[in-house]
Ligand binder design. Structure first.
Ligand code: SF4
Length: 408
């Protein structure tokens, strides 16, 4: 099998991992036209917030495990391929030299055993860094059962390491991925955190995974509610200092087990989970607050979780934009953290007016029912109105942008 065919298989097999923000062609340079280029290029975010293009591939899609939700499981009837270490190095350097990518995201099925596989992934990173002086970004998906020495070496060479928790609960993992062990996954994440923290304390953050660790959870393969999923995320962020939890909407795979849903999870559900994740990480919300008010533990798909919270707490609004605390302003639908800080800066000089908010490009239709400015006071009837939700909910056409999976 030639390199282009391997790339087609192993880039396609990697697309199920959500740890890059998107698939498709890279944004750097012109669209690649040489054979094989363009496949497997995804976008991700560097630690400084820059959007970067990565070559996202599996070392191999052979796997000895049989996780029910995975297209690469041993019982799956898909074409298989395996890169050599030298091939991955060559592809990465070639794409990088042509300016198609800024780095490599490398994952793998488990061949033979965890150490055998991890050794090869580490060998790719070592060859790139030490033989070729590669300074691009490297994200290695690590295998929890791999030896401590291999994980330490991976952290020395890569910018980011990740271990997938896969599913929101231990019960779901036992059911759908019986060869995986939740306690081993957690222990490995804990050890990784200790190494990352130690490197920072020694003021040598670059010496071990300077971009930290992340994980991925599949959404909609089991019956876990959004409240359960976010509860698990909150514990993961707290216990292991994760940079990101990625949510991956379950998508049916060929010859799937009957224990799996036959329909994909809506992409909009994944989008709402990211929004809620943002609320408890950066906006001061407790996870319980996001779901308080009864219900079934699921996020509202029609409106974003901050708006849903504000509509359940109408008695707390409108806020006086010139007097409200930063914490309270962060709870106003439509106000992001950066604009809240800009508002605080403006009000040091003068009262905030609607024109100031317009200049900040805040969505006025969404914000003004919840804020008083020196030249605007929302009518009490407006905020109490049953219609407010309908007015602020995105049009169905906008919702369907996120719901593409469900349409098929
Ligand atoms: S170990 Fe990874 S690649 Fe193998 S079947 Fe499970 S999820 Fe898929």
């Amino acid at each position: 099998m030639d390199l282009k065919d391997k790339l087609a298989i192993l880039a396609d097999a990697a697309k199920y991992d959500a740890s890059c923000a998107s698939g498709g062609k890279g944004k750097r340079g012109a669209a690649p036209t040489d054979a094989g280029a363009g496949m497997g290029i995804c976008h991700s975010y560097a630690p400084d917030g820059r959007c970067i293009s990565l070559l996202k591939i599996l070392l191999t899609n052979f796997c000895v495990f049989d996780c029910a939700y995975c297209v690469n499981r041993v019982s799956s009837n898909v074409p298989r391929a395996r890169f050599t270490v030298a091939e991955v190095v060559r592809l990465t350097l070639g794409f990088h030299a042509r300016n198609y990518i800024e780095g490599l995201f490398l994952s793998s099925g488990i061949i033979r055993d965890a150490d055998y596989t991890m050794e090869r992934m580490v060998a790719v990173a070592r060859a790139l860094r030490e033989e070729h002086g590669f300074r691009g970004y490297i994200h290695l998906k690590t295998i929890p059962e791999a030896s401590e020495e291999l994980i330490a070496e991976a952290g020395r060479l890569a910018d980011r390491l990740s271990i997938n928790v896969e599913l929101p609960t231990a019960a779901a993992l036992r059911h759908l991925a019986p060869e995986k062990d939740e306690s081993v996954i957690r222990r490995s994440m804990g050890r990784m955190r200790l190494r990352i923290d130690a490197a920072r304390e020694e003021r040598r953050p670059a010496s071990f995974a300077p971009a930290g660790q992340s994980t991925q959870m599949i959404v909609g393969a089991d019956a876990a509610t959004d409240a359960t999923i976010l509860g698990t995320s909150a514990k993961l962020y707290g216990s292991y200092g994760l940079r990101r939890v990625y949510y991956s909407a379950f998508s049916p795979i060929p010859d799937a087990s009957r224990t799996l849903p036959s329909r994909p999870a809506p992409l909009l559900r994944e989008h709402r989970l990211y929004q809620a994740d943002w609320l408890f990480r950066f906006y001061g919300f407790a996870t319980e607050e996001i779901f308080a008010g009864g219900g079934d533990g699921m996020l509202d798909l029609e409106i974003d979780p901050k708006l849903a919270w504000a509509l359940r707490h109408r008695d707390r609004f409108p806020l006086d934009v010139d007097r409200a605390s930063r914490e309270d302003l962060l709870r106003v639908p439509g106000l992001g953290a950066r604009n809240v800080d800009r508002i605080l800066a403006i009000r040091r000089h003068h009262g905030v007016r609607v024109a100031d908010l317009a200049r900040l490009r805040v969505p006025l239709k969404k914000v003004l029912p919840f804020l008083c400015t020196s030249d605007h006071t929302p009518r009490a009837a407006e905020i109490e109105s049953a219609q407010l939700r309908r007015q602020l909910a995105p049009a169905p056409a906008q919702l369907s942008l996120f719901d593409g999976h469900a349409a098929h």
